[in-house]
Design a protein around this ligand. Structure first.
Ligand SMILES: Cc1ncc(C[n+]2csc(CCOP(=O)(O)OP(=O)(O)O)c2C)c(N)n1
Length: 322
């Protein structure tokens, strides 16, 4: 089904909200206002937005250590997200989880996860629950190329395929796991080919083309909702930033590879398509959209920075291990 220009503008807006949120988070992190670790999703926004735009509110997703984009694309409140990064009581985890542990069950966001591949069995269980509930909701698992080498990926996808679970595995192949190129840790070019071993569809898509991602996600979601089981979608993409915003090791990625991918920026791409090809977004409309987003992020920062830290006596509450 064609995606209307209004919806495309909405997708562009969400991608830009993710980007502006993270640019600010990175800046405030380097200014020591944010604690823990911050992994930016900048450059990969089309994956989260393309996939989540194909979902219903009661569908569930799970994320990774690089999770801000998935949260925002599923509709999370950026005030509570920023407050969580700032370690404040008003944050999603009352300031005790930080960037890698943001969850919002009310919108079907089951959580980011600092353990590589840790989310994969959890969301597979959620897909089993969805199948038992029978309400037609589906589950989406976001994970990286590095995570696709973990045993839990293979175990989960095997059981999901065997039980015909309503789940879509979305591999964000950004070609590197920290400083290890994927070609050094796997003997195949396309992770999607792993689907063959489990008897499910495996699809490769340009992960920097939000409309293409949306299209393949819609097909996979329809299959899952119709009881036709799981799919594996591999989105070829790239992170613009280093592994973390304060990485201690030098970035091993070749400069020319980074700059080539920067030119394939997913936001620029949709913006230009709407502007030049379809005449659907003028420069001044884009500027107004961006300014409105910057204000929203400023408001989130003010909310976070003026919120209290959790009290010391609450340190042992809501934690599972002390
Ligand atoms: C079980 C486990 N092993 C190692 C790490 C350290 N670690 C954090 S992110 C990462 C790389 C993950 O690569 P990938 O899955 O491709 O995701 P990306 O960072 O590229 O988005 C590693 C090894 C970890 N957090 N958890």
């Amino acid at each position: 089904m064609p995606i209307s220009p209004a919806e495309q503008r909405q997708m562009l807006r969400t991608m830009q909200l993710i980007r502006r949120f993270e640019e600010r988070a990175s800046r405030d992190y380097l200014d020591d206002k944010i604690y823990g670790v911050v992994h930016c999703y900048i450059g990969e926004e089309a994956v989260a937005v393309g996939v989540c735009s194909a979902l219903r509110e009661d569908d569930q997703i799970i994320s990774t250590h690089r999770g801000h984009g998935h949260c925002i694309a599923k509709g999370a409140d950026i005030n509570r997200m920023m407050a969580e990064l700032y370690g404040r009581e008003t944050g999603y985890c009352k300031g005790k989880g930080g960037s890698m542990h943001i969850a919002d069950f009310d919108i079907g966001m089951l959580g980011a996860n600092g353990i590589v591949a840790g989310g994969i069995p959890i969301i597979t269980g959620a897909a089993f629950a969805a199948q038992l509930r029978g309400a037609g909701s589906v589950a989406v698992c976001f994970f990286g190329d590095g995570a696709s080498n973990a045993g839990s990926f293979h175990e989960s996808i095997n059981i999901a395929a065997s039980w015909n679970l309503p789940i879509i595995y979305v591999c964000e192949n950004n070609l590197w796991a920290v400083n290890t190129p994927s070609k050094a840790s796997m003997p195949i070019d396309d992770i999607a080919t792993r689907a063959t071993a489990y008897g499910i569809p495996g699809i490769v898509v340009d992960g920097n083309d939000v409309l293409a991602v949306r299209e393949v996600a819609t097909e996979a979601v329809d299959r899952a909702r119709n009881g036709e089981g799981p799919s594996l979608i591999e989105c070829k993409t790239y992170r613009h930033r280093r592994h973390t915003e304060r990485a201690t090791q030098p970035d091993a990625r070749p400069h020319n590879e980074v700059s080539e991918w920067m030119e394939k920026d997913p936001i620029d791409r949709l913006k230009m398509a709407l502007n030049t090809q379809q005449g659907q977004l003028t420069d001044s409309e884009w500027e107004a959209m961006d300014q409105e987003i910057i204000k929203l992020v400023d408001t989130a920062v003010t909310f976070a920075a003026t919120s209290p830290f959790p009290p010391v006596e609450a340190a042992g509450e809501d934690v599972f291990a002390e």
